[in-house]
Ligand binder design. Structure first.
Ligand SMILES: [Zn+2]
Length: 163
């Protein structure tokens, strides 16, 4: 059993903390969404107590993943710097009550019924941080094209004149 698999309630009660570094390639659900498997993710998970008294996990992930730009279809790097708070409950009823009690959309209430693999939590965290429609802010090919267009007699300028 990997040492990243924990009893969440025990981990939070003892205010334990785990951190590590993992290769992006080790996360199969994540790599399915990426352009390639390069890179590493540093992660840390701190157990503790929410102000409400409920057990909470503070999950932080830093690193970089490579996404496929949907506009120019080349890979680009997306920095990941994510932090979130998960509040652990024991069943759906408690989760529903806790959602109402906390009334805070920035907190994820989760139901924990068995030992939890922190690496799966880390992977979820990164998956949630991915853009729905990944694309460069400015595509490199587009930039190159614009530079060519600036030249007086580029093939594109000639084409424009023909129209
Ligand atoms: Zn692009």
């Amino acid at each position: 059993m990997s040492n990243t698999i924990i009893d969440v309630f025990e981990f939070c009660r003892r205010a334990q903390q785990l951190e590590g570094s993992a290769a992006v390639a080790d996360f199969s659900r994540l790599t399915a969404e990426l352009a390639d498997k390069r890179g590493n993710l540093r992660w840390s998970v701190k157990g503790g107590q929410h102000a409400s008294g409920k057990p909470q996990l503070l999950v932080q992930v830093d690193g970089e993943v490579h996404l496929m730009c949907q506009r120019c279809l080349t890979a680009y790097a997306l920095p990941v710097a994510s932090e979130s708070v998960l509040v652990a409950t024991r069943d759906d009823a408690e989760a529903d009550q806790t959602e109402i009690l906390l009334n805070d959309d920035s907190i994820d209430v989760i139901v924990v019924t068995e030992p939890l693999d922190l690496l799966a939590v880390v992977e979820d965290e990164v998956l949630l941080a991915l853009p729905v429609s990944p694309r460069h802010a400015v595509c490199p090919d587009g930039a190159a094209l614009a530079a060519v267009n600036d030249k007086a007699e580029s093939p594109f300028a000639v084409l424009k004149k023909l129209k």
